[in-house]
Design a protein around this ligand. Sequence first.
Ligand code: NAP
Length: 599
Amino acid sequence: MTDGPPVKIAIIGSGPAGFYTASALLDSCKTCLIDIVERLPTPYGLIRGGVAPDHQTTKRVAKKFEKTALEAGINYYGNVEVNKDVSLDEMRSLYDAVMLAVGAPADRVLGIPGADKQGVLGAAAFVGWYNGHPDFRELDPDLNVEAVCVVGNGNVALDCARVLSRSPRGMAYTDLPDHVRDAITEAPLTDIYMLGRRGPVNAAFTNVELRELGELTLAEPVVKAEQLPDDPEAALASYEKRERRVRGRNLETLADYAARPPAGKPKRLHLEFFASPVEVLGGERVEGLRCERTEVVDGRATGTGETFDIPCGMVIAAIGYRAEPIAGAPYDEKRGIIPNDDGRVEPGLYAVGWIKRGPTGVISSNRPDGEIVAEQIGADTGGVGDAAKAGRQGLEALLRERGQRWVTFEDWRRLAAMEVAAAGEHAPRRKFTTVEDMLAALDQDAKGDSMNKPKPPRAEDGAYAGDKTPQETWEALADASGAVLVDVRTDAEFAYVGVPDLAGLGKETKFAPWVLFPGGDANPNFMEQLKAAQPDPEKPVLFLCRSGVRSRFAAAAATLAGYTNCYNILEGFEGDKDPDGHRGTVGGWKVAGLPWTQG
Ligand code: NAP
């Protein structure tokens, strides 16, 4: 590298493409100053917000990215959105080179009649929701449905279908947010349909991911043997060797699924091929999906005119992603990318990752993008920066002037430590899911008031659990004379937690009678049985639930029916926390009456 002012580079976006580029730049240019600008306080893009929460091994690459971020010469500016807090033109005026690494966050549109009905979601939204992405914290998809159709045959479709099928135990080992875990656990979902518009040979998913479907505790894959090719070799003949091998494995796995006798698991995951969605059925809400049977002609799905309907309450379109336009950069509307010449958009502006080449490939596919563009920047700048470019000092001055708070990498590491400390026993972390919570936690931490300290009880729920230990909570409740314990957990949760332990606990704490209401207030005999078990509406009724949400509904229903002394009891496994963050095996709080709010 030549002597002179350092080359100042801004990488916009801190996902894999951004970090691989930062790493390539560090290798090729020791004196470069690199600033990673990210709109969320949290880094790592799709690693945190896209890779499924039950694929923690894939997320480990973040450790590598962390090492890169800690290298001298790299600064991180989280919570700064280019296009909003600062414009692309301003960034270009401050830096010698600006790299767009913002991915493809929008969904490809399912352009069929009825696609605007409630209950039709794009995968970007659904994946963001189950990954605790702040943009989708309020998505609140109505999972009170028995069947879901997932359109698409890629790995994202598989992710959506698999996450919906996970058992409570499976979810305990993930960083799936509590509200998502509760929604999935409570859902009466029995059938998930994954629809490929072409055949099994053409599916875009990969074999490791397909095989995972066969290992789920609460769900079993269902494949129609007649949809598989009679002669796999002939069906694969047009593919080159590697593709033939990869797709051949998929066919073997699908044949294995087709041959399996029904296992009677509570959820079925149907892999339906030659099915192209043509209309979403229903009124305001989704009630079904009409599909046209297809055949594959010259590699393309061709309609046969025959249609069939799949009743379902939700449709997730996992049919690929698109980049979004950025003011100040060109945009190829048709391809949904920024037009570029192998990464170079125009002198001083570059693109890497999905915004460069579209939403394809795995995480490491981003590495060569970074290497190519690092070479281009070297060639375009000659390794010497423009002394007139203010770089990070200019960016910070602009942000200060606008009152825009930024999050440093050290701040992020503090947030990450809080997430790890707040996690359940087996979970890797318990994510912050709103930007406000992240910033507030940083403020509290700065005052020495860490998130991990017990939180005060919520006023609207009455002061029951507070800072009591689980044992104290139980003892206090056991003193409530004449209490009835109502157990609203599902069968799956019984199997998971182990009934004998709880039965023992019930005896110890003198609750009599112990009433089981699987399904809680959704059980048609709920109120009748409650009245029989606890005829005096002024005596205490204690509602026990695995996660707390269903017991709140049941307690609310009882409160409405005149029961004035209802308590919510959370029964979690060791290290679990109630919705207020109280750690322990059992927590409880009094339902203060209606209206009540869900935490
Ligand atoms: P994808 O692999 O491109 O799959 C998109 C699917 O949607 C294809 O099956 C496609 O069918 C179908 N499709 C497109 N338009 C459709 C329409 N109008 N109607 C019905 N079906 C339609 O995309 P993706 O699943 O979003 O994944 C994006 C990238 O991330 C991929 O490279 C994927 O491998 C990667 N990824 C990897 C993992 C992992 O490794 N575990 C996890 C998630 C994502 P056709 O083939 O007929 O067009």
